[in-house]
Design a protein around this ligand. Structure first.
Ligand code: G3H
Ligand code: 13P
Ligand code: ZN
Length: 284
């Protein structure tokens, strides 16, 4: 099947109250693991490449791998740019066949974020490439922000409505207490805020920094309007963990396939389990 639109995937998820997993792909083994897991679960899936992944693998390589995986599969697959902060990069991704892009202007003042997001919408919307944007600041677990300062960075529901009306974006990444990377303690999500945002904007909402968030917490967020759940750190942990284990078991091994093969297999298992938690099994 050719790559599909993220709008289509998220509209169905929104109606039927589940979430589509958006998994960060950095290399061939991870792309293969994501597609294998999605097929085994008969689930729609989003493969996303960050700017870092694009720098590492090369834009043409990463898009070709994901397109090939999608074309040889029966489940719907979308290719999404994760946290694009550079307009030129967004354009290059669209030209390389990405069916969705995130423009992340969350570090910019509100009006500048709106202006840049609108610019992305102007080029993406006419060719049916879907656009996700971020309002509030999700940040990283390593940012070390004090609890009392955190709320100031959360998405404001009224501002979210204004942002969506001004830009016409298709999905919104919300800052409600998650962060990218490994959590030190258990993350606490502001469900009331999530509910108010969803009431205000109605479009599909996106949960970033979802690795390490307890399953029941993710499921509650999905009930309240999250339709896309981003996972990267858990993939890194499982992939590298399995590589280390294989290397420790056979310290003399020099065949990369014997190290990367188990890592790919462990990643399939992780992604299947995530897909089940998000409720997207059997929704392909
Ligand atoms: O949200 C960020 C993702 O985890 C991507 O991380 O920029 O290191 O590829 P990265
Ligand atoms: P984690 O690395 O915390 O899973 O976050 C992934 C993410 O939000 C990618 O955009
Ligand atoms: Zn993110």
């Amino acid at each position: 099947m050719a790559l599909v639109s993220v709008d289509e995937l998220l509209a169905k998820a929104d109606r039927e109250k589940y979430a589509v997993g958006a998994f960060n792909a950095n290399n061939m083994e991870i792309v293969q693991a994501i597609i294998e897991a999605a097929e085994k679960e008969q689930a729609p899936v989003i493969m996303q490449a960050s700017q870092g992944a694009i720098n590492y693998a090369g834009l043409a390589f990463i898009s070709a791998m994901v397109k090939l995986a999608a074309e040889s599969s029966r489940v719907p697959v979308a290719l999404h740019l994760d946290h694009g902060t550079d307009f030129a990069q967004v354009v290059r991704c669209i030209r390389n066949g990405f069916t969705s892009v995130m423009y992340d202007g969350s570090k910019l003042p509100l009006e500048e974020n709106i202006a840049m997001t609108k610019k992305v919408m102007e080029i993406a919307n006419p060719i049916e490439v879907s656009v996700e944007a971020e309002l509030g600041k999700i940040g990283g677990t390593e940012d070390d922000i004090h609890v009392s300062e955190k709320e100031a960075l959360f998405t404001n529901p009224e501002e979210a409505l204004y942002f969506v009306e001004q830009t016409g974006i298709r999905s919104l990444a919300v800052a409600i207490g998650t962060a990218h990377g490994r959590y030190k303690g258990e993350p606490r999500l502001d469900f009331e805020r999530l509910e108010s945002i969803k009431k205000m904007v109605q479009i599909p909402l996106v949960l970033h920094g979802s690795s390490g968030v307890p399953d029941e917490t993710v499921q509650q967020a999905i009930r309240l309007g999250i339709c896309k759940v981003n996972i990267d750190t858990n993939i890194r942990e499982v992939f590298v963990g399995a590589m280390k284990e294989a290397m420790e078991k056979s310290p003399g091994e020099i065949d990369p396939r014997k190290i990367l093969g188990p890592a790919r297999k462990a990643t399939v298992d992780l992604i299947r389990q995530k897909i089940q938690v998000f409720g997207s099994s059997g929704r392909a």
